[in-house]
Design a protein around this ligand. Structure first.
Ligand SMILES: Nc1ncnc2c1ncn2[C@@H]1O[C@H](COP(=O)(O)OP(=O)(O)OP(=O)(O)O)[C@@H](O)[C@H]1O
Ligand SMILES: O=P(O)(O)OC[C@H]1O[C@H](OP(=O)(O)OP(=O)(O)O)[C@H](O)[C@@H]1O
Length: 216
C-alpha cells in the first residue's frame, strides 16, 4: 500500500533527509533543482510531496498525505484535528517569543493594562499567551516579515520565531519574553495509521530509532 509523506522545502526537508535515510527512503531527485511537487523515492511504496510548512498539517488531516513533518508552531495554529502526533523529531529547533522595538518599554506597557497591538502569523499562540497573562491585545494577522510591524509603527510588539536572534538584531528589535520552545513533530493521518499499518509502522519505528540515536 503506497504512502505519501508531506514535507516543506528548506530546513524541514533538509533535516528530515537523514531520518528518511534511516528508514531506507531516499528522494531520487534534487528537489532544489526541480519545480515538481511530487517526488519518487528509493522505496517504490513511498512518495514525497512538497507543500508550504503551514499546510503540512492540512494535507495530513485530509488524507492528501499519510504522514508529514510539521513545526509545533504550525501544528498549534492548525489545531491538530485528525492528526496523530507520535514523535518529537527534535529538528528545526527554535522558540516563539515576543519582540519589540529597541527602547519600547514592554514591561511598563504590559503592567499598565492598556491594549497592546501585537502583529503575528501565530495568532493562536499569541492570543493564548496574552490571555493567560491577562494582557488585552489587538491582534494584527500577518503572513511574513513581522519585524516590519513595530518598525513602521503598525504594532507595539510581534510574536515570531527566534533561533540565533540575528533577524531581530538586524532590525533593531529585542526579544522581551520567550513563549515556548519549538521543534518539529511527525504527524500521521489517523485513518492511515489503521489502514496502512504494514507500510507505516516500519517507517515510524525507524524514525524513532534515528531520533533516539542522534540525541543519545
Ligand atoms: N530560524 C529557525 N531556526 C530553526 N527552526 C526554524 C526557524 N524558523 C522556522 N523554524 C521551524 O521550521 C518550520 C518551517 O520553517 P520555514 O521557514 O520553512 O516555513 P515558514 O516560512 O515558517 O512557513 P510557511 O511557508 O508556511 O509560511 C517552522 O514552522 C518552525 O517550526
Ligand atoms: O533568530 P534567527 O536565527 O534569525 O531566526 C529567526 C528567523 O527565522 C525564520 O525565518 P526564515 O529564515 O525561515 O525565513 P522565512 O520565514 O522568510 O522563510 C523566522 O521567521 C525568523 O524570522
Amino acid at each position: 500500500m503506497s504512502i505519501t509523506i508531506a514535507l516543506s522545502k528548506g530546513r524541514i526537508f533538509e533535516e528530515t533527509v537523514p531520518l528518511l535515510a534511516a528508514a531506507g527512503i531516499v528522494v531520487t531527485e534534487d528537489v532544489d533543482k526541480s519545480r515538481k511537487l511530487i517526488f519518487d523515492t528509493t522505496n517504490p511504496e513511498v512518495r514525497v510531496v512538497l507543500v508550504r510548512a503551514s499546510d503540512v498539517p492540512v494535507y495530513v488531516q485530509y488524507g492528501g498525505a499519510d504522514l508529514g513533518v510539521s513545526g509545533l508552531d504550525s501544528l498549534i495554529e492548525h489545531g491538530g484535528q485528525g492528526l496523530y502526533q507520535p514523535l518529537d523529531l527534535q529538528i528545526a529547533k527554535c522558540r516563539v517569543s515576543v519582540a519589540v522595538r529597541k527602547g519600547f518599554d514592554y514591561q511598563h506597557a504590559v503592567k499598565q493594562g492598556a491594549r497592546l497591538k501585537v502583529a503575528t502569523k501565530y495568532s493562536t499562540i499569541a492570543r493564548d499567551f496574552f490571555a493567560e497573562k491577562g494582557v488585552h491585545v489587538d491582534m494584527i494577522k500577518l503572513y511574513g516579515s513581522m519585524e516590519l510591524a513595530p518598525l513602521t509603527g503598525m504594532a507595539d510588539a510581534i510574536v515570531d520565531l527566534v533561533s540565533t536572534g540575528n533577524t531581530l538584531k538586524a532590525n533593531d528589535l529585542v526579544e522581551v519574553e520567550p513563549i515556548m520552545d519549538i521543534s518539529s513533530r511527525l504527524v500521521v493521518n489517523q485513518a492511515s495509521l489503521k489502514l496502512k499499518q504494514r507500510t507505516l509502522r516500519p517507517i515510524l519505528d525507524a524514525f524513532a530509532q534515528a531520533v533516539a540515536a542522534k540525541n543519545a
